[in-house]
Design a protein around this ligand. Structure first.
Ligand SMILES: [Zn+2]
Length: 279
């Protein structure tokens, strides 16, 4: 029999039920809900002080909560404007420094836009910049991996192939596989067979270790011809989360599943409960 891996479930940001504003209260709420993980959201800026990061790490350890982080939205590693690229690199470095101090092990980020480039040309430029960035993260001794996210609109850099490509070619880069974005971007990839195919692709490109240490985003999603429109609660959307969870279990995937539905912990709990009942 295939060995079972553990998937951990958590929320993007603080659960709504957190008693208090801060990340420490968020960690307590996650533990009280019976969840396993939380993504620290720096999406509007890196707001966490170094002192707070130390407290967060301590509390997460004490309550056995696994942390990831999300860098600011305002990034474009493929901007024609060198100042924008420099600022993007600085934002990712700052996020990585604070998140690493807080004990987070993956930093999700929205890498870039095509800005009129062909996908191949954009990939080459982004790869060179990300490689230098990843080398700086390693040189600083941070243990966090940089996780370019699979993006929900075809106008955004970050198809499945692109993020797997960056991850296979750059040391210290691992994919943040947003299954809902992938579905919204393509209109496909939402059946058990397709989810199995996707996981087989991850293993084929990155090896079985990558399948054991996945960084996953899931939410209900509304989409159209231009891809993602907005996040929804799972039961209001066509996301076949049961098929996804079944494929993850049958393929022996492990790692962290971060739920980005508007009802955050409700769907995170739904995902965890559904997963636990799948044989
Ligand atoms: Zn994201």
């Amino acid at each position: 029999m295939r060995k079972r891996r553990r998937l951990m479930f958590g929320t993007a940001g603080l659960p709504a039920s957190a008693k208090g504003q801060g990340a420490v209260a968020g960690i307590d709420a996650i533990a009280d809900l019976g969840l396993d993980a939380m993504e620290i959201e720096f999406v509007r800026g890196v707001w966490m002080s170094e002192d707070l990061a130390v407290q967060v790490k301590r509390r997460a350890r004490a309550r056995k909560i696994y942390l990831t982080a999300h860098a600011p939205y305002w990034l474009n590693l493929n901007s024609p404007d060198a100042a924008v690229v420099r600022a993007s690199i600085q934002r990712i470095m700052k996020s990585a420094a604070v998140a690493d101090r807080a004990g987070a092990r993956h930093l999700a980020f929205h890498a870039a836009f095509y800005c009129g480039d062909s996908p191949a040309r954009a990939f080459g430029k982004i790869k060179r910049r990300l490689r230098r960035l990843a080398a700086r993260v390693v040189a600083k001794g941070f243990k966090i991996s940089l996780s370019p996210e699979l993006m929900g609109r075809p106008s955004q850099f970050g198809s499945l192939e692109e993020i797997l490509g960056l991850s296979s070619e750059i040391e210290g880069v691992t994919p943040c596989i947003d299954f809902s974005h992938n579905h919204a971007r393509t209109g496909e990839w939402n059946t058990y067979e397709e989810y199995c195919e996707l996981l087989d692709l991850v293993r084929g490109v990155l090896g079985s270790g990558a399948l054991r240490r996945m960084h996953i985003h899931v939410a209900g999603i509304d989409y159209g011809p231009k891809g993602e429109r907005r996040h929804l609660n799972l039961k209001e959307s066509d996301m076949d989360y049961r098929a996804l969870l079944t494929a993850l279990k049958h393929r022996g995937a492990g790692g962290i599943v971060i739920c980005e539905s508007p009802n955050i912990e409700v769907d995170a709990t739904l995902l965890k409960k559904t997963y636990s009942r799948i044989r």
